[in-house]
Design a protein around this ligand. Structure first.
Ligand SMILES: [Zn+2]
Length: 325
């Protein structure tokens, strides 16, 4: 007879707090080193246990109907269950495993290799090239490593991010085009230099998160709409440059802008230094690591950089990505 699945608890054993000395800033040191990780998760049972506990901290739920009742563990097959809810698996049961409907499904690589890839991707500040991953995990085919990276990227989603508060900077930039042109980001907007480049808009809270996304056009409805979507109306300040797209923000927000066209980059606390830093991190990452990014994949790279930035002080980033897989 099939037994009921026991209630599972969070794997606190992996998530022990590291103390931060008074007066010292939080570090971005991960709670686990690569060597520790590879030792701890060298066998599939350990990996699957972690995955199960991260995925279902309150007990296993059916990935199809999302219910915990009438879900039975298959005694003969570890990490496999059957959902016998009448409108789901019914009498025969809908069978699923710990990797069903995750990024790890339908791959030939063991979970320990996936964990290594996730670790490398979460710990490299500027992003890590698929080629480097390929060498590290000794995958037979470069494309496999690339594919794994793309899947991990898809799991690096900042879902349910609160609207930005405090002092917020908004700016747009262009990604792509001729990579050999080192002065590309200095060219005026809308000039010929932006041909073939993809516009990206971003907002950053000076003491918080960044949100960025690819846009079709750098026009007023798009830019104004983006700000209303991601920035709280209770913000203290929105700082931008003088771009036309931001000129209506003052109707809703405390908006101030600097005039880059007249050489004004800072006026008191009105500047875009933080978002500029994020853009340069992103561009250096994309140029230096990925060489080329197409419009099709740019949203994934943006999500990756945004996620890493927003989790820059999160020592549990590795486990959080696992939970998002
Ligand atoms: Zn079900």
């Amino acid at each position: 007879m099939l037994g009921l699945t026991p209630v599972l608890r969070k794997p606190i054993i992996y998530l022990m707090n590291t103390k931060v000395e008074a007066g010292k800033p939080l570090t971005t040191q991960p709670k686990i080193t690569l060597a520790q990780l590879m030792k701890q998760f060298s066998d599939e049972t350990a990996c699957k246990t972690l995955l199960r506990d991260m995925r279902w901290p309150d007990g296993v739920k059916c990935p199809r109907c999302n219910r915990a009742e009438k879900v039975y563990e298959l005694k003969s097959k570890p990490f496999h269950w059957a959902c016998k809810n009448a409108d789901c698996g019914g009498r025969n049961g809908y069978r699923f495993s710990v990797i069903t409907k995750t990024i790890f499904e339908n791959t030939n690589y063991p979970l320990s290799t996936w964990f290594e890839v996730i670790y490398l991707m979460t710990q490299s500040k500027k992003g890590i090239a698929a080629l480097q991953i390929h060498r590290q995990i000794k995958s037979g085919d470069y494309r496999t490593a690339w594919y794994m990276c793309q899947r991990v990227r898809a799991a690096m989603k900042d879902e349910g991010l609160a609207k930005l508060l405090g002092q917020v900077e908004v700016d747009e930039t262009f990604i792509g085009g001729k990579m050999k042109n080192k002065h590309w980001d200095k060219k005026p907007r809308g000039a010929k230099g932006t041909v073939g480049k993809i516009p990206v808009i971003g907002a950053i809270a000076r003491k918080g998160n960044v949100v960025c996304q690819m846009i079709e056009n750098a026009d007023k409805p798009t830019m104004d709409g983006f700000v209303r979507k991601v920035v709280s109306e209770k913000v203290d300040l929105i700082a931008t440059d003088e771009a036309h797209g931001y000129q209506d923000l003052g109707r809703v927000y405390p908006h101030q802008f600097v005039r880059h066209s007249t050489g004004e980059y800072v006026r008191g606390n009105v500047h875009t230094a933080h978002i500029d830093n994020f853009w340069s991190l992103l561009k250096r990452g994309i140029i230096g690591t990925y060489h080329q990014v197409s419009k099709k994949y740019l949203p994934l790279y943006l999500a990756e950089f945004q996620y890493r930035y927003n989790n820059r002080e999160n020592p549990n980033i590795f486990f959080d990505v696992i939970a998002g897989c």
